[in-house]
Ligand binder design. Sequence first.
Ligand code: NOJ
Length: 561
Amino acid sequence: MAEPWWKTAVVYQIYPRSFADSDGDGIGDLPGVLSRLEHLSELGVDVIWLSPVYPSPWDDGGYDIRDYQDIDPIFGTLDDFDRLLAEVHRRGMKLIMDLVVNHTSDEHRWFAASRSAREDAKRDWYWWRPPRAGMAAGAPGAEPTNWQSFFSGPAWHLDEATGEYYLHLFSRRQPDLNWENPEVRQAVYATMRWWLDRGVDGYRMDVINMISKDPALPDGRALPGAPIAQGAEHFIGGPRLHEYLQEMHREVFAPYGERLLTVGEMPGVTVEEAQLFTDPRRGELDMVFQFEHVGLDQGASKWDLRPLDLRELKASLSRWQAGLADVGWNSLYWDNHDQPRVVSRFGDDTAYRVPSAKTLGTVLHLHHGTPYVYQGEEIGMTNSPFASIGEFRDIESVNHYAAAVAAGADPDDVLAALRAKGRDNARTPMQWDASPHAGFTTGTPWLPVNPNFVEVNAAAARADPDSVFHHYRRLIELRHTEPAVAYGSFTMLLPDDDRVYAFTRSYLGVELLVLANLSGVPAAVDLPGWDRAELVLGTHGTGGTGTLRPWESRILRRGAP
Ligand code: NOJ
């Protein structure tokens, strides 16, 4: 049987608000994306994943959707969307949408109906519950369960008008849909088909492992400072999750055959579960986003900063490589709109910005799985130097700061954590050139441009053959031309080395060796048998094994021509 097309594909994520502004309002839009497609064609990516462009009150960066079947006027119109899709297809690329159906916005008409009266026909489309037995609505601790919202505070909000609480795992403006109700599922499937019939090529599915909750809604085990919300054992990977995904696959995806790509975002998913979700025989998803590797530089929560131990990163990723080697498929990412910039996080964004960005790209792209590039990663964009809490826009950061400071934390410590991990780092405008506002807008950008745009920008990177951009372009090309990159088996080497990340990929007599020094000091490598191997791609032009310079990486090849 032919392998699915997405096994040789690379996906590029666009966060539209921050990508390119065509009309000077300071907010990116669809015509802006259209005007920058040449950048993506040159990079060579196969698929664009568009973060939400639907109408939204913008409480959570567009992940709070008011209408699933339209385009927010700040981004343009459905005609703009159709033009963009046609042009993406004309260039031989595909486009997948973000599917955000664990919750809607509180301004969605479904929720407006649901909250209007206890007797409303859509009441049961969301999770409504009375106060805890024996307690008055609104009293401290009267929430129906002790679950915590991912954005600080309880996961329940009291609706005064009807005297009941509704569940919101994220912001209180993001009420959770009740997937137990078959009408909800059918309504969601209908909107999904509507986009697929328009020509969309698949979905990235937001927190899709939270759609099935234990309907008894038990209290969560108290997990002081746990990295995921308290109560997660009752709403992550819930009892009917596989059933829902199989139903969705049967009723929505299957009729479109092999042309789609589906990737489920799954915080807290284990490799054993991921194998089930992505086993093609089960008809669920093509791949999932897992979070283990981006949780290694934290303690009790994402704000509890801890340095990365490279050996832990290697152990984690190699477990995922092994777990999905024969059944299922990995997705590979460092960055997205929720993560800080990888060159600032795991690399060195000062003295070694360019080689460390390249080397991190090499490591990721040479793993087995489908790589995702987040806008700006391909030019080595860095975290932004936010000066004060007033410069953050993201609800997660703003709420965390308020809650932590109210609980007695030192504001400077909280700010330091936001600077390192806050999601606004990923959302500063794309840096196109050295003109004012980095060529992102002619107006005032909704979030200030990182001041390093004069040096770090796409125009400069495209003009420089040694740039991070051209390195990413070569990595993507290699995946398209060297079957060992897409299909080769993965073997981790030197697992105990705390500076060098080394592994091989083997396929039909070809062997690739990846050597990467993830540190700012030279690192000696002793691996016999590779001295005459061909240098496929390196950061410093040096082949063989021997000593790697700071942040140097090499891809070597031996075996059949
Ligand atoms: C995951 C999304 O990536 C994130 O941006 C959002 O805040 C939550 N899901 C809620 O939709």
